[in-house]
Ligand binder design. Sequence first.
Ligand SMILES: C[S@@+](CC[C@H](N)C(=O)[O-])C[C@H]1O[C@@H](n2cnc3c(N)ncnc32)[C@H](O)[C@@H]1O
Ligand code: SF4
Length: 363
Amino acid sequence: MKKITNFNTVLKSIYCYSKKKLDLPYMPNALWIEPTNACNLKCIMCPNSIIKNPNPGFMDIEVYKEIIDQAKDFASYVVLCISGESLLHKDFVEMVRYAKSNGLEVYLSTNATVMTSEISRNIIDAGLTWINFSFDGVLKDTYEKVRVKANFEKTLENIVNFLKIKKELNASTQTELQIIIMDDKGQKEYDENKDAFLENFKDLPLDSVQARKPSTWGSFLADTDKYVPIELEKTHGYSPCSYLWSSLHILWDGRIVACTSDFFGDNVLGKFPEQSLKEIWNGKLMKNFRQAMIDGSYLKYNKNCKDCDAIWEKRILGLPSGLRGISAITVSNIFSKKFLELAKKIAKLADSKFTMKVIKNKK
Ligand SMILES: C[S@@+](CC[C@H](N)C(=O)[O-])C[C@H]1O[C@@H](n2cnc3c(N)ncnc32)[C@H](O)[C@@H]1O
Ligand code: SF4
């Protein structure tokens, strides 16, 4: 029954987005929830490297459970991170377990620096669906220059340990390693050293390796000289931000924002639990912002949308990346995880800039 709801939502969200509807007759399939905005690193391409966060906070586990209680009947999956390092939350394992036991698939991106064997075993056991290890550099020097405060050997060891545990438990958790390449020099280094780097995962169940270019994260890093961001091409035309038609994003203290780029809550669209997810989804602020995206006046709500690639990138199969990605993940949750890999291949064929490389790693 839930799968039928999720599939219907895919169709309705595509329809309502294309028809520019403001009041949406469905609840979204995807929820991004921020366990914490605290982070132990200062990666050069991340807004955390340029904006001080003097008051990091941690989501109350009871508030988290209330979110899941409201979302379990309509959402397909939750992504447990926005701006911080989620494994720093003491109740993180419980968060995974609670979402999964309520029928939601659980996705995570982590810097893997504090991922002990115990945490690895426990999050796999709790039913984590998918994990991305953010590991930006195939050589120690590059990795440590990008992922400031991290140690190459230690993080690599943590990831290898995770994969050994996954293998030992014969677990279904899907694993991806993402490498963000900062410039042409980084690209050359990656091309020359990736095979040797991948030897670290020989005979281990790493499902894929993805290399990509960094964005400016809205306008936060538009003037950076620390790396070369992916170029914002306005030639493809404008697409209203499709996240507003397909997902909800909840910061650690319950503020609702439009997308993961709004790290610091510059444009708050609601507050949980004072308002329910349903009230927020079709609330006045959300509808105003949908309208502003349609008529192009969005900068009066959030100046950081100015340089965001999500509204200027090439559409594939008529869909911008937000709605397309959420639809593909939902369909893969319903039918088969293989669908997501297929969708990525189609996207790459349609636009070679989509991701630079997806390598199927030898198990
Ligand atoms: C903001 S982080 C939060 C989760 C966790 N701390 C981590 O590093 O994976 C989420 C993802 O955004 C990626 N990211 C950070 N800055 C980026 C940028 N400028 N362009 C594209 N991706 C970026 C990270 O590599 C990571 O995969
Ligand atoms: S990319 Fe992740 S680990 Fe790096 S500073 Fe941002 S939130 Fe922290």
